[in-house]
Design a protein. Structure first.
Length: 91
């Protein structure tokens, strides 16, 4: 399969199992993990920048932080459940 760009945010119940499944589907590991190492530290960083943060949780219990830009677009942060680095550049 020739995929050049894909960004997807999909809620899953088992992060490690989902990563394995999608790596097999696309025959490639992810280029980046959009997760943070420590959600509490990220919350403090965002607050220091004067950004309003909404705290919540996914249906699987994973805590999240959501920030909205002036147009209402949202970015959701979550703590990496696999303990992987917050950002990894692929091959």
């Amino acid at each position: 399969m020739d995929v050049t760009h894909l960004f997807a945010g999909i809620a899953v119940t088992d992060f490690a199992a989902a990563c394995d499944w999608y790596e097999r589907l696309f025959d490639s590991p992810p280029d980046a993990f959009l997760a943070v190492k420590n959600l509490d530290d990220r919350r403090a960083d965002l607050a220091r920048c004067g950004l309003r943060v909404a705290e919540g949780a996914e249906s699987n219990g994973m805590r999240t932080l959501t920030v909205a830009d002036p147009d209402g677009n949202t970015i959701k942060f979550f703590e990496d459940p696999a303990g992987r680095p917050a950002h990894r550049v692929g091959s």
